[in-house]
Design a protein around this ligand. Structure first.
Ligand code: T46
Length: 140
């Protein structure tokens, strides 16, 4: 899938499929992901029709993996937007700073694993869409 939202991309990680032995997937920082990972978090047990996200980050870069189940991620750079379905444990979505994102369409078994470039900082979040557009230079 062609991603048309600024600097976001899908990352297919290395995957070793040994049939009955199972599948091992991995990425290496500095080789497949070019930011230092400072924080890892995961989201699971999300109820039906729940929407999460609804913000952009000023500085944080993230890669999201859906290890189990599926999820619909809306990404928006203030001009272009699109919906991405993540449903493969070996495909991640890189979300750059200054990308508005929402997550919905969780299945009860969905597990999201996120690798982030920064420690948690509530001040890094932009939670108002108009403020996001202004800071992104897309609105007066
Ligand atoms: C994002 C999307 C994809 C912490 O204390 N430390 C953390 O590292 C994180 C990620 C969150 N929190 C606290 C902040 C809130 O009190 O956990 C609570 C729930 O966080 P939030 O409502 O921001 O969760 P989501 O699912 O809306 O967003 C999360 C990440 O916060 C966000 O960075 O990009 O997942």
């Amino acid at each position: 899938m062609q991603i048309t939202v600024n600097n976001c991309k899908l990352i297919d990680v290395c995957t070793i499929d040994e049939k009955d032995r199972g599948i091992l997937s991995f990425f290496e920082v500095g080789k497949h992901i070019d930011f230092p990972v400072k924080r890892i978090y995961w989201i699971y047990n999300v109820g039906k029709n729940i929407k999460r996200g609804g913000h952009a980050h000023k500085n944080t870069i993230q890669v999201l993996f859906c290890l189990q189940g599926n999820i619909n991620i809306y990404i928006d750079d203030g001009v272009n937007n699109m919906n991405i379905v993540l449903d493969k444990p070996n495909q991640g979505l890189l979300i750059s700073p200054m990308i508005w994102h929402d997550m919905k369409g969780f299945s009860r078994d969905t597990i999201i694993l996120v690798f982030a470039s920064e420690h948690y900082d509530a001040n890094d979040y932009i939670r108002n869409y108009d403020e996001f557009l202004k800071l992104a230079g897309k609105k007066e």
